[in-house]
Design a protein around this ligand. Structure first.
Ligand code: SAM
Length: 285
């Protein structure tokens, strides 16, 4: 394989547009029980993972997404002791959540092969997060887990594939309803919600579904991720306490500066500005 061409947006908006990578070496390419998994090496981005033809993670730009998915809800909440991650098989979100020393994590990932392959080819991302004594990793479908569990979490992070294939169930009203039931008082749900320049419907549809699920405060945060092409990506936000996302830079900074967590993207200024929506996104709500 000389090139790897992602066809996500060509498929979704049919605009004949694709993202293409030079492939230095194919490290893994096979069908797992659930999806087609490809890992290749690119001269600029390092090791790159794709699932069902869609780029999931690269070594070079993973920090934008993983840092914001973990620190935005944990810092907004301010008193988190347990977090549920749905998906996230590369271990990047898990790594960032574990940087909060008082937090225990349950991670529910559908596909054990993604985790095995990440331990082998994405050590720079997952480090030893899967072996951390504060990690409780289980392999199950996220929709089934939240429907059945009686456990409650302060933060639920949905680090899923796009709403096609096995990830589709993680964008449904039933899933959001069950997540809301699994949150402690003032708990926060944050979800991967696509790049609205190419996938505008994902914002309006998720917005309506989160409202139908009963969240009293739902909105979107944004983050730029170079290989999730098309500009800002959105993160769905569901909570019953609007004050969680109204904390000031000073309030966030006061706690953040005591934690000693090193980041490349997230900081208290980014925290606050992540909730500011450009008009083309706000108009979709
Ligand atoms: N950050 C990436 C993105 O935004 O596209 C997602 C990366 S992570 C590898 C996505 C994970 O979601 C995959 O490992 C996949 O197996 C998992 N996943 C998909 N559907 C799932 C489901 N129904 N339950 C649990 N995990 C699921």
């Amino acid at each position: 394989m000389k090139f790897y061409e992602e066809k996500l947006h060509a498929g979704i908006v049919n605009k004949g547009y694709a993202q293409k990578f030079d492939v230095e070496e194919v490290l893994f390419s096979d069908k797992t029980e659930f999806q087609e998994l490809v890992v290749f090496k690119n001269p600029y981005f390092g090791n790159v993972m794709a699932l069902d033809g869609v780029i999931q993670v690269t070594e070079r730009d993973e920090f934008f997404y993983h840092e914001i998915m973990a620190h935005l809800p944990i810092m907004a909440h301010g008193n988190v002791s347990n977090v549920l991650i749905i998906g996230g098989g590369d271990g990047g979100v898990l790594r960032e959540v574990l940087a909060h020393q008082d937090v225990a994590v349950t991670m529910v990932e559908l596909d054990s092969t993604v985790v095995d392959i990440s331990k082998k080819y994405f050590k720079s991302i997952c480090a030893d997060a899967f072996d951390n004594p504060r990690t409780n990793l289980m392999f199950a479908d996220g929709i089934k887990y939240v429907a059945e569990t009686t456990n409650k979490y302060d933060v639920i992070i949905v680090d899923s594939t796009d709403p096609i294939g096995v990830g589709e169930v993680l964008f449904t009203i039933d899933f959001y309803k069950n997540c809301r039931r699994c949150l402690t008082t003032g708990g926060i749900l944050i979800t991967q919600n696509g790049v609205p320049f190419f996938q505008p419907d994902e914002v309006s549809v998720t917005n309506n579904r989160m409202k139908s699920a009963g969240f009293k405060d739902n909105t979107f945060a944004t983050v730029p991720v170079p290989t999730y092409v098309g500009g800002l990506m959105t993160l769905g936000w569901g909570c019953d306490d609007p004050q969680n996302r109204q904390k000031t830079c000073e309030q966030i900074g006061k706690k953040w500066n005591t934690l000693g967590i090193t980041t490349k993207y997230y900081n208290p200024q980014i925290h606050v500005s992540s909730f500011s929506l450009p008009n083309y996104i706000a108009d979709l709500l």
